[in-house]
Design a protein around this ligand. Structure first.
Ligand code: OGA
Ligand code: ZN
Ligand code: ZN
Length: 383
């Protein structure tokens, strides 16, 4: 590796032929020493804004093959940079989000490959937990079997991932037919595939649903990968896709103690145009408020997307059994159920939510102790 001190930056020429420039203001600001960062907390102590934009070093030196040392004015403050750290922070390097995490979309044929594992396995050790969470991140769905049918158990499973995200339905909510329901889910009606809490600014990402008791007739579950359906929409009706990705619609929850409302598109895209979030709820959608010449095209786009989401070729159907715990990415995988007959027997699920930053945090923390990833370690066969 070659180091060259230039007018405004240090230029590093790596072994692979690449060259990167690290500006002096950037280097001074990112000094790793104990004066500039708290040695325990890791937070920056240095007030970045006090670094002169045109700062120039007094000395730049490659100390050991992998240690760059820089002395700064006015007092000769010394910064030492591990070359590996600089390599990892080259321009364009995103913060590592977990080793090689990816997303794989699926359709109805996925029904017999849905990642399934036992409660005992998930809770047995950290490497099983990591394997599960990686698969959950990749496919956005998994089914845990033999979870003890105890009230609150769903919360204990959630806490193996992170903090439970509570809502106006409580920390853990009970899904059963109630005399005074404040959600359609708390009746015996069927529920078309939907995302939960689409009317919240931050729609919960992970949803857990634990079946405690199921004697009723009906009430079968449906799951559909909204990212897959959105991509089919983009292929088949690109104008409709663009409309749903660019038109904010209103979702609202109005009840005795709450009036939650948000305007957001049904299809959310990230900066690179990839589908990143689905908000979809026939029940919670408010009257479209668009110029009258756009009403028909918006309905048409909505219906086309709904048709893909309800296409039997895209849907997984299953009947939960007591002890089953479904975990899915609520902003990606829509869930629904058929109507059931409460006279024919009881049906009781408990659910809760966990945010996605907790999931990614847990994955990163578990990876610290994990051996490096082999190319196929997130394949289902490892479960
Ligand atoms: C819910 C829900 C599904 C079910 O509680 O949000 O969609 O199977 N429940 O009862
Ligand atoms: Zn320092
Ligand atoms: Zn729901």
């Amino acid at each position: 590796m070659q180091v060259r001190a230039e007018a405004r930056s240090v230029s590093l020429h790596w072994e692979d032929g690449q060259r990167n420039r690290f500006h002096y203001v950037w280097l001074r600001d990112n000094c790793r020493c104990d004066q500039c960062r708290h040695w325990q907390v890791g937070d920056r102590l240095l007030d970045s804004t006090q670094v002169p934009l045109d700062i120039r070093p007094q000395r730049v030196e490659l100390k050991a093959p992998s240690l760059l040392e820089i002395a700064w004015p006015p007092d000769g403050h010394v910064s030492q940079f591990d070359v590996g750290w600089l390599l990892a922070h080259r321009p364009g390097q995103a913060v590592t989000v977990g080793q090689g995490l990816r997303r794989t979309t699926w359709d109805g044929a996925f029904a017999d490959r849905i990642p399934e594992l036992t409660h005992e396995r998930v809770t047995s050790n950290d490497s099983e937990l990591l394997g599960w969470l990686r698969v959950l991140h990749e496919y956005g769905v998994s089914l845990i079997r033999h979870v003890p049918c105890r009230l609150g158990e769903v919360g204990r499973v959630a806490e193996t991932i992170g903090c439970i995200r509570s809502s106006h339905y409580g920390t853990i909510f009970d899904v059963e037919s109630k005399p005074k329901p404040n959600a359609l889910a708390y009746t015996a009606h069927g529920l078309l595939p939907h995302t939960d809490l689409p009317y919240r600014e931050l729609q919960p990402r992970l949803q857990l649903l634990h079946c405690l008791l199921f004697e009723a007739q009906g009430g079968d579950s449906q799951l559909v990968d909204g990212f897959h359906a959105a991509e089919r929409l983009r292929e088949a009706h690109s104008a409709s896709f663009d409309l749903l990705a660019s038109t904010a619609v209103t979702f609202r929850q109005l009840e005795e103690g709450a009036d939650l409302s948000i305007e957001a598109p049904m299809i959310g895209l990230d900066d690179d145009g990839r589908v990143d979030e689905i908000r979809f709820s026939n029940a919670k959608l408010q009257p479209f408020d668009v110029p009258e010449d756009q009403v028909i095209s918006l309905y048409q786009a909505y219906f086309q997307f709904a048709e893909l989401l309800r296409d039997p070729a895209h849907i997984i159907r299953l009947r939960l059994e007591p002890g089953d715990l479904l975990v899915f990415d609520n902003s990606r995988v829509l869930h629904g159920r058929t109507a059931y007959d409460p006279q024919s027997g009881a049906r009781h699920l408990q659910g809760c939510y966990v945010d996605s930053d907790d999931l990614l945090s847990r994955i990163r923390v578990l990876e610290r102790a994990a051996p490096p990833l082999s190319p196929d370690s997130s394949k289902l066969s490892t479960l």
